[in-house]
Design a protein around this ligand. Structure first.
Ligand SMILES: [Zn+2]
Length: 730
């Protein structure tokens, strides 16, 4: 559902393709799965493992990267292109591995975190008599996922037979709602709507914190239904977009032939056209991702009667009964009423048989990652290779670690914390968060464009931020989830139904402010504007972002910037619309709001002008919240470390033994933590769907707005890293 959450995305391999809440579902963002089949050469099997032979043991984890200023290319000018100065040597020495679509200094950490989880899972998989209930669950989940012999011995048509039979029961359009409910209960994330584009079945339904009363949870209904990352993929007319859409149609045909008994090639091709036509109509009906950035556009409160009136042909009563939604929602939050008005026409326009085709596609598509090679690989080829540029699938163990983290991660994470997150790390992180919050307090005092009443409100909000560091206070109880060693797909269904019911159970109840929405090993961080909380999971509190062996300037440049970024989200163009309690409430005087908008526009314009990568331009209005957070984040981290160094009677500007000043190392460490290369396909997808800018701009645009940087490297006016018109919000 439309859960607002502003994340940072450190390791791009783990990001969802769209939406604000980028990242969370690191796990298996489904685009990471595989298969084989007799296909043309270009599509030959990339998995290669013979199911009869034992797989070789995974290679040992790579060592974690630590900030290393000897990687700087001193032949380059830091004042002309700081990203290249700091990153070109590292990037050249570390090409993107074939099974990744991006690679950066944090890539090894992802592997390292997954290796820790693998050990825990493998150990629990030995069926000893004294396993705890939780060990049985994670161990058997792992065993079923790693059991290639069983998985490869089961054709997709057999795995999907029960689901296909259910779809055959669709007799009239009034049955459509029950069918969608069935998919939402079985396919991971299918109920999430726009937050889970590429795996969203027709529409989204779930809990949402009320915008005007952050203490309670209501039912929310969202647009959805697309198999491509967002609506632009269906509607844009340039050659590349048309090419991708036609490859998508071919992919759907292939999947239908693989997943449906007796589906001929001809029928598959015709059915694929139907799916693309339906999805294109849904795409046309959707609100675009820039309009969705303004929560005021999404806060449409309706009674169930009004919801039904938008789409009379969708039987909401049947849907709500089928998913067992609590009847206690005071109203329904409809993110995009226009989508549901148009959905009525789409339902009417297509026949019952057409809708069966759409449902079959959804079932096959949503199950593919958990099925045998032919279908899993076809899924991988389109989603990971064509859309993102991967050359080889991830090894099975990494895929299994990610689905285990997704499906049982709030229990599995305990072992990660025990192994990788000592109390000293937590203490130091907490202290840094406080330092950076204090820096924003001073910044609010000092800025000249804001008047005292707004400043006072801003400070109330700042001081009310809840810092959640490392891991949740309470671990989730998964005991109702029935996991066996028998079927990976069934385990996924069980976990999906549990999660969907857990989510629906929140509707009508007071909000649980202690909940975490990412698992502890996740390499990301987020700010939640409705909880007014900053969340830093243990997974990112590791080198190269957070490093107990390094001095303060290095840590403030890397993880300090991340912390500052999340805090700034509370005060970016979206975050500023929420108050200290998380209510959508305007606490700005009109003059201050106007002054704010001028500054925010400066940022948006700057990034729009940044340049063209992989044929696509940055979209400043889409990325302005994240860009504001990047700029504010680095500045706040710098203020905090300056203050700390001063209080210790030290200086940022003396040469140290390695030839760098602490000020220089702050900026180099910042850039180093963002040294990341994307495949051209990923760049293209990110530029058109993702609210974050690509790493080069996340570094260069930010430093070129900062006199503190120019001082570090004695950059002269006129250099590319010294903007004439420097943007600054915070
Ligand atoms: Zn962010």
């Amino acid at each position: 559902m439309r859960v607002l959450r502003f994340a940072i995305i450190m390791v791009p391999l783990c990001f969802a393709l769209s939406g604000i809440r980028v990242h969370s579902q690191s796990a298996t963002s489904s685009q990471t799965v595989p298969s084989t089949q007799s296909k043309p050469e270009s599509k030959k099997s990339l998995w290669g493992t013979n199911k009869d032979k034992p797989q070789p043991p995974p290679p040992p984890p790579p060592k974690l990267e630590h900030f290393d200023p000897s990687q700087v290319d001193k032949t380059l000018d830091p004042c002309q292109d700081f990203y290249e100065y700091a990153c070109s040597k590292w990037n050249a020495a570390n090409p993107i591995p074939k099974d990744q679509v991006a690679w950066g200094t944090g890539g090894g950490l992802q592997y390292w975190n997954e290796s820790i989880l693998r050990e825990v899972l493998q150990k629990a998989a030995t069926p000893t008599a004294n396993r705890t209930g939780y060990e049985q669950q994670i161990g058997d989940y792992w065993a079923a996922c790693m059991d290639e012999v069983t998985i490869e011995g089961t054709p997709a048509t057999r795995s999907l037979a029960a689901g296909m039979e259910y779809i055959d029961h669709l007799k009239s359009k009034s049955d459509l709602a029950g069918q969608v409910a069935h998919l939402h209960l079985a396919v991971p994330g299918a109920w999430r709507g726009d937050d889970n584009q590429t795996r969203s079945a027709l529409l989204g339904f779930g809990p949402h914190q009320a915008y005007d009363d952050a203490t309670r949870v209501v039912a929310a209904i969202d647009q959805g239904g697309l198999g491509l990352p967002n609506r632009a993929f269906y509607l844009k007319n340039d050659d590349k977009s048309k090419e991708i859409l036609s490859e998508y149609e071919a992919h759907i045909a292939e999947m239908l032939i693989l997943g449906i008994s007796e589906e001929s090639a001809e029928q598959g091709a015709a059915d694929a056209k139907t799916v693309v036509a339906i999805e294109t109509a849904l795409a046309q009906a959707q609100m675009d991702n820039v309009a969705r950035r303004d929560p005021k556009n999404l806060n449409n409160k309706m009674s169930l009667k009004e919801v039904k009136a938008l789409t009379p042909s969708f039987d909401w009563k049947a849907y709500l009964e089928a998913v067992k939604a609590p009847p206690s929602s005071p109203y329904y939050l409809v993110s995009s009423p226009q989508f549901f008005r148009s959905l009525e026409q789409v339902i009417q326009q297509y026949s019952v048989d057409d809708w069966k085709v759409y449902l079959r596609w959804q079932l096959i598509h949503g199950s593919a990652p958990y099925l045998y090679k032919p279908i899993a690989e076809e899924n991988w080829v389109f989603y990971s290779q064509t859309l993102l540029g991967a050359k080889q699938p991830l090894p099975r163990w990494r895929r299994c670690v990610r689905t285990a983290d997704r499906d049982l991660g709030m229990a599995l994470g305990q072992a990660y914390v025990a192994a990788a997150f000592p109390p000293e790390s937590k203490q130091r992180a907490v202290a840094m968060v406080h330092d950076i919050e204090n820096a924003l307090d001073r910044d609010i005092t000092d800025v000249d464009w804001m008047q005292p009443p707004t400043k006072a409100e801003a400070k109330v909000k700042l001081h009310a931020i809840e810092d959640k560091i490392g891991y949740p206070d309470h671990w989730r109880d998964y005991s109702p989830v029935k996991i066996t060693r028998g079927s990976y797909l069934e385990n996924v269904h069980e976990a999906t139904a549990f999660e969907f019911h857990r989510q629906l159970g929140k509707i009508g109840k007071p909000v649980d402010r202690s909940e975490w929405t990412v698992t502890p090993p996740t390499i990301s961080a987020y700010y939640d504007p409705q909880l007014n909380s900053v969340n830093l999971p243990a997974g990112i509190l590791q080198p190269p972002y957070f490093d107990s062996t390094m001095d303060d300037p290095v840590n403030y440049g890397a993880i300090g910037m991340v912390i500052g970024h999340e805090i700034t989200h509370g005060f970016d163009d979206q975050g500023r619309e929420f108050d200290a309690k998380g209510n959508l409430r305007d606490w700005w005087t009109p003059e201050d709001a106007k002054a704010y908008a001028q500054r925010a526009d400066c940022v948006a314009n700057e990034y729009t002008k940044s340049g063209v990568e992989a044929g696509v331009k940055q979209n400043g209005p889409l990325t302005q919240g994240e860009d504001t957070a990047d700029n504010g984040g680095l500045r706040l981290a710098f203020m905090a470390v300056s203050n700390k160094v001063q209080s210790e009677n030290k200086s940022l500007d003396i040469d140290e033994a390695d030839g760098w000043t602490p000020r220089q190392k702050f900026f180099l460490s910042f850039a180093y933590s963002w040294c990341t290369q994307y495949s051209p396909e990923l760049t293209r997808t990110v530029e058109s769907t993702n609210p974050h800018s690509i790493p080069k701009y996340r570094v260069n645009n930010v430093v070129s707005n900062m006199p503190e940087f120019q001082q570090a490297f004695s950059c002269k006016k006129g250099s590319l890293m010294v903007r004439d018109n420097q943007c600054r919000v915070w």
